[in-house]
Design a protein around this ligand. Structure first.
Ligand SMILES: [Fe+2]
Ligand SMILES: [Fe+2]
Length: 208
């Protein structure tokens, strides 16, 4: 039986346990087969979630989706890497759920797929962006200084100053969100960091 045929057979089945302690190896082969299909569509779900930012301006001159696409467009046109552009596109995806810590949501989504430096850039962009507005709200615009000397400090300054803080311009000719989908699919194609990777870097439960 080929792996494909085996998977198709497993996809017709469901595990039967009501408690995990009762599960059999076959139950987990079934679940792993279903998860391979589900995980393959994670990029599509991420884009769908990003679209939730459409129409919510939050007092800015552009909505949060336009801000995201404009940030990514500026990074793309400045010849930044595919992974950087995808981080730019998704850096504010957590605005929907993380009203008080939105960068952490993007970090959770991106963590299996991007480099440590890009992840740090996304994680810290909220503090580094504060250089551009914290002083208007009585906060310390130099809060980023606590990270002076960090390997990704300059990278994060550049992201906020060259791309993120500029991306509120209603007259800017942004690319279409659809133009970024191939890059998102490429970055999300294979996890690099996950507790579900085995010693060979393969997802557990994969049979190919
Ligand atoms: Fe942000
Ligand atoms: Fe932003």
């Amino acid at each position: 039986m080929t792996n494909l045929t085996e998977d198709q057979d497993l996809l017709t089945q469901s595990a039967t346990f009501g408690a995990m302690t009762e599960a059999t190896p076959l139950d987990w082969q079934i679940i792993a087969a279903h998860n391979r299909v589900f995980a393959n569509a994670v990029a599509e779900r991420v884009i769908d979630h990003l679209r939730l930012l459409d129409g919510d301006c939050g007092g800015f001159a552009v909505d949060r989706l336009e801000h995201s696409v404009q940030t990514a467009t500026r990074a793309y046109r400045a010849n930044r890497s595919e992974e950087y552009v995808v981080c730019s596109l998704l850096h504010d995806i957590g605005d929907t759920l993380g009203s008080y810590n939105h960068p952490d949501i993007a970090v959770a989504v991106l963590k299996p797929f991007v480099s440590d430096d890009h992840l740090w850039m996304v994680e810290k962009h909220g503090i580094f962006q504060g250089y551009n507005f914290f002083h208007h709200l009585g906060l310390d615009r130099d809060m980023r200084d606590q990270f002076l000397g960090h390997r990704a400090y300059d990278l994060t300054v550049e992201f906020c100053q060259e791309f993120d803080q500029l991306a509120f311009d209603p007259s800017y000719d942004s690319m279409q969100l659809s133009e970024f989908i191939p890059a998102v699919e490429a970055v999300f194609a294979e996890p690099k960091n996950s507790i579900y990777l085995d010693e060979q870097g393969q997802m557990i439960g994969t049979n190919s």
